[in-house]
Design a protein around this ligand. Structure first.
Ligand SMILES: Nc1nc2c(ncn2[C@@H]2O[C@H](COP(=O)(O)OP(=O)(O)O)[C@@H](O)[C@H]2O)c(=O)[nH]1
Ligand SMILES: [Mg+2]
Length: 329
């Protein structure tokens, strides 16, 4: 605000802004503009020093959205790996165990080189840390729930290949089991469309449910239905499928049992690679994390043929869905 003082000592214009003679303060012959105040109003509120340029930080958001993943894939090839399986089949535990193995540098062919979703990994790993006097908690992972029930959030890992010294970006969603349930029961696949850009899918089945005679048939039946749905969804050409049999610390189902699932895939002329994992372990002779390094190596074993730059839509093949819209590179 511009301030005035008046040479008439009875005038209160400097306090009230009202001139004793009822003149406009600028026009009154007794009024004087305060010099110092005229100096520079425009600097009021300006910081004394410019703020330093902020270094990029981890986003406070949890998992990456599909747009984040698209942006990253636009710059560098990445491996999108889906995980599908019934609720409680061990999907989240698998991710937690993968993260903890990496943190302890216990992956065979890879070492940890970064993650854009560390906070989410930390969140889902928290349960696994609440051990009581050396004994593991009954429930190691929180039930997976997504903020937006329609959109997948993906976890990101950058792994350095020990032999080739190259880095590999891995994107894996932690989906609620209900997504697989509704794919099986009602063929609800719209929200799984992003999996069309995946190069492998881990199908988790609870190994303990295959061991117990009263749950076995149902577990096998539902896994067969899941395979049927995926074959449909991918029009007969799904990405590489892995049957991940979890909880192998509690025992391994026989070949004959596993064959009942594998033969369904063979019926569709699809290979189903079987892997046994124990994300956690109640059996001292089977260390937690068993089978996970092998699963990871088998998943990202394939050499990519310079797909870093996709000039033409056809080159994307089934990854078209993860392509950046023109102009967003
Ligand atoms: N003993 C044992 N328990 C496991 C293993 N994997 C998962 N679990 C248990 O199964 C529970 C459910 O697993 P979770 O990963 O949350 O299932 P999701 O619903 O498929 O994500 C976990 O809290 C663990 O207690 C495993 O390899 N061994
Ligand atoms: Mg889960």
């Amino acid at each position: 605000m511009t301030e005035f003082v008046c040479t008439n000592e009875n005038c209160t214009v400097s306090q009230t802004g009202i001139c004793l003679l009822n003149n406009e303060p600028d026009d009154c012959s007794n009024s004087q503009l305060l010099e110092a105040e005229t100096s520079d109003d425009s600097l009021i509120g300006e910081p004394l020093l410019p703020s330093p340029i902020e270094a990029p930080r981890f986003s406070a958001s949890a998992a990456l959205g599909l747009d984040d993943v698209r942006a990253m894939l636009g710059k560098k090839y990445g491996h999108v790996v889906g995980i599908l399986g019934a609720p409680d089949s061990g999907k989240t535990a698998l991710l937690v165990s993968l993260y903890l193995l990496m943190a302890h540098d216990r992956l065979i062919h890879f070492s940890f080189a970064g993650s854009r979703s560390l906070l989410t990994f930390e969140d889902i790993a928290r349960g696994a840390r609440s051990w009581n006097e050396g004994s593991p908690p009954e429930q190691m992972t929180a039930h997976t729930e997504l903020g937006d029930s329609r959109a997948a959030g993906l976890l990101h890992l950058r792994l350095k290949s020990v032999s080739k010294s190259t880095c590999i970006d891995l994107f894996i969603p932690d989906l609620p089991g209900e997504w697989s349930t509704s794919l099986i029961d009602t063929n609800e696949h719209e929200r799984l469309r992003f999996l069309q850009g995946s190069e492998a899918i881990w199908l988790t089945v609870d190994g303990a449910s295959l061991l117990a005679p009263d749950t076995r048939n149902n577990a096998i039946h539902r896994m067969k239905l899941l395979i049927d749905r995926l074959v449909d969804f991918f029009e007969g050409q799904p990405p590489r499928l892995f049957l991940v049999i979890t909880r192998c610390d509690l025992g391994r189902p026989t070949e004959a049992i596993i064959d009942r699932i594998v033969s369904r895939a063979s019926h569709h002329k699809i290979e189903l690679q079987v892997m046994h994992v124990a994300s956690f372990s109640k059996e001292p002779s089977i260390p937690a994390g068993t089978g996970i390094p092998e699963l990871l190596s088998a998943t990202i074993k394939t050499e990519q043929k310079s797909l870093d730059f996709w000039a033409f839509a056809e080159a994307f093949g089934h990854r078209q869905i993860l392509r950046l819209p023109p102009g967003e590179q």
